[in-house]
Design a protein around this ligand. Sequence first.
Ligand SMILES: [Zn+2]
Length: 68
Amino acid sequence: MSLNPESRTSDPGAGIHENHYCSIASCRKWGGLGYSRGTGDKMTWWCAKHYPHWPEHIAAKYATEPAE
Ligand SMILES: [Zn+2]
């Protein structure tokens, strides 16, 4: 766990109403799925297709869907 100075300025709930897009640079989709390793850690967001924390059977389902 790293202490990122930037995260200290964000109050609880901050980020929820921010614009956050998929963290994959080439992907312009909305990042509806966030993951943080813990309270106070920076939240990272992904679209459903790029979200890396799906159980494997769900990830496989997204991998077969057209990119739209
Ligand atoms: Zn994406």
